[in-house]
Design a protein around this ligand. Structure first.
Ligand code: RP5
Length: 151
């Protein structure tokens, strides 16, 4: 599984921690920046390369970090094919994949510690979409919303 990651200035430190943890646990990680601390960088600019990589299937799953996780989740969901959610507890980290085919997890670098983030990421990365009829039906409806409403 290839994992993409991105963070703005408010998530940069946690991104560095996460990249180290992912690599030391054998995950293949592509880092879409930011590469340095720029205090006024903007999360819509930061999320775009990662969201495009999910769209193009350069990566299978994504992780995005900003201060709260809210900004990156809002921006990421403007990209067709990206199903992003802000997560801060383990149930949603795996259930969001199992039921809703979430492909991008967003976390708050100013809100959560590295240990909890790592627990969330393990739950997210180990989960698989379950494909039961009701989950597939809902996913198809989400995809239709995207088709009907995205210009
Ligand atoms: O550092 P400042 O600009 O105050 O806050 C940036 C954060 O505020 C929210 O938009 C996002 O979470 C972003 O990371």
């Amino acid at each position: 599984m290839k994992i993409g990651i991105a963070a703005d200035h408010a998530g940069l430190e946690q991104k560095q921690n996460i990249v180290s943890l992912l690599k030391s646990n054998g995950y293949q990680v592509i880092d879409y920046g930011a590469d340095e601390f720029i205090p006024d960088d903007d999360y819509p600019d930061i999320i775009a390369p990662l969201a495009k990589a999910i769209q193009n299937q350069e990566v299978n799953r994504g992780i995005a970090v900003c201060g709260s996780g809210v900004g990156v989740s809002i921006a990421a969901n403007k990209f067709a094919g990206v199903r992003a959610a802000l997560v801060s507890e383990t149930y949603s980290a795996h259930q969001g994949v199992e039921h809703d085919d979430m492909n991008l997890i967003c976390v708050g670098g100013r809100v959560l510690g590295t240990s909890l983030i790592w627990e969330l990421l393990q739950a997210f990365l180990q989960a698989e979409f379950q494909g039961e009829e009701r989950f597939s039906r809902r996913l198809q409806k989400v995809l239709k919303l995207e088709k009907d409403n995205f210009k």
